[in-house]
Design a protein around this ligand. Structure first.
Ligand code: F6P
Length: 332
C-alpha cells in the first residue's frame, strides 16, 4: 500500500448519472488508505492543460445524489495525438500522480490504454448510459437513463391513449440498442428498433402496428434507438404506410441528467472503491467490471477487445408481449 501516495481521478466522454458517486467513492477510499486525491477537470484534456483541484473528504460531500459530474467532462482531440499525451504525462509527473482512475466509456478507456503505455498506471471505471462497454455487464448511468426514459414514455402513453395515436420515441444509443430494448420492454412498446438488428420496416413496424390493432389496441408506441435511424423519418414512413399521424418525440440529453438511481449509486460506489483498492494494492491498467453480480478487474487491452451483443431473447420477449392471445404469430 505504501508506495501509492497520490492519485488522480477524472470523468471523460458523455456524462452519466452516478459519475459523482464514483468520484466520491474514489476520493474517500483513497483518503482511507492514506492516499491523496487530485481531481482532473474536463477529462483527458485537463491532464494536458493541468486543470486540477485537490479533493478533500468534504469536497465530495452531498454529491452522491447529483447527476452530471462535478469534475466536468470533455472529449479531447489533443489527447489523441502523441504530443498531447506527452503533455499529459508531464502533468502526471508534475503532480506526482502514482495512478489515475478514469471514469467513462470505451473512448475513455482507449485514452487510458495509451497513457498506460507511457508508464502512467490507470484503472478504468465504466460509466455510460448506453451500457455498451463490452467487458462489463453493467455501466454506471444505464439504470437511471432507463428510468428517465420510462417516466417520459409513460407520460406520452397517457396522451397517446386518449387520442388513439401512434407515438415514435427516439432514445439515445448511437451504436447500441440496450437502452431502447430495456425501455421498450418496460413500457410495453409496440415495436423497438435497434442498430444491432437489421430493420425491415414492413415486418418490424407496419406489421407490428397491424398485429397490435388486431389485438385490440388503439394506440401504439414505437421506440427507436438513435443509431437505428431518425424517429422523424420513421414517423413520416408510418404516416404513409399506416395512414396515421404519429407524434414524434426525441428524448435526447434529458436521458443523461437527473439524480442517479439506487442501482447507479451503489454500483458506482463499489466500482470506485474497487478501482482505488486495485491501485493501492499495486494493480493497474485494468477496467473494473461487473460480471454475474461480482466485480472483476480486466486488463484494458483485453477489455477493449471484448464485445457485448444485445440479448435477442429480450427482443423476442418484447415482441411476444404485444401479441393478442389468438394472433397467429403467437404460436412459437
Ligand atoms: O453517452 C453516450 C451518448 O449518450 C450516445 O448515446 C449519444 O449518441 C452521445 O452520447 C451523444 O453525446 P454528445 O451529445 O455529448 O456528443
Amino acid at each position: 500500500m505504501a508506495s501509492v501516495k497520490r492519485i488522480g481521478v477524472l470523468t471523460s466522454g458523455g456524462d452519466a448519472p452516478g459519475m459523482n458517486a464514483a468520484v466520491r467513492a474514489v476520493v474517500r477510499t483513497a483518503l482511507a488508505n492514506g492516499i491523496e486525491c487530485v481531481g482532473i477537470r474536463r477529462g483527458w484534456q485537463g491532464l494536458i492543460t493541468s486543470d486540477f483541484v485537490l479533493l478533500s473528504r468534504d469536497s465530495v460531500g452531498h454529491i452522491l445524489s447529483r447527476g452530471g459530474t462535478i469534475l466536468y467532462t470533455a472529449r479531447s482531440d489533443e489527447f489523441m495525438t502523441e504530443k498531447g499525451r506527452q503533455k499529459a504525462v508531464g502533468t502526471c509527473k508534475m503532480l506526482g500522480l502514482d495512478g489515475i482512475v478514469a471514469i467513462g466509456g470505451d473512448g475513455t478507456f482507449r485514452g487510458a490504454l495509451e497513457l498506460s503505455r507511457l508508464g502512467v498506471p490507470v484503472v478504468g471505471v465504466p460509466a455510460t448510459i448506453d451500457n455498451d462497454v463490452g467487458c462489463t455487464n453493467y455501466t454506471i448511468g444505464f439504470d437511471t437513463a432507463c428510468n428517465t426514459a420510462i417516466e417520459c414514455i409513460d407520460r406520452l402513453r397517457d396522451t397517446m391513449q386518449s387520442h388513439e395515436r401512434c407515438s415514435v420515441v427516439e432514445v439515445m444509443g448511437r451504436n447500441a440498442g440496450f437502452l431502447a430494448l430495456y425501455v421498450g420492454i418496460a413500457v410495453g412498446a409496440t415495436a423497438v428498433l435497434v442498430p444491432e438488428r437489421e430493420i425491415d420496416f414492413q415486418r418490424d413496424v407496419v406489421e407490428r402496428i397491424q398485429e397490435s390493432r388486431l389485438a385490440g389496441n388503439t394506440h401504439f408506441m414505437i421506440v427507436v434507438a438513435e443509431g437505428a435511424g431518425s424517429a422523424v423519418e420513421y414517423g413520416k414512413r408510418i404516416r404513409d404506410a399506416v395512414g396515421m399521424e404519429p407524434r414524434v418525440t426525441v428524448l435526447g440529453h434529458i436521458q443523461r441528467g437527473g439524480t442517479p438511481s439506487a442501482r447507479d449509486r451503489e454500483t458506482a460506489t463499489r466500482m470506485g472503491y474497487c478501482a482505488v483498492t486495485a491501485l493501492a494494492e499495486g494493480r493497474s491498467n485494468c477496467i473494473i467490471a461487473t460480471q454475474e453480480g461480482g466485480i472483476v478487474e480486466i486488463p484494458i487491452e483485453e477489455a477493449l477487445q471484448r464485445k457485448k451483443s444485445l440479448q435477442m431473447d429480450r427482443y423476442r420477449i418484447m415482441e411476444i408481449m404485444q401479441l393478442g392471445g389468438d394472433a397467429k404469430s403467437n404460436v412459437l
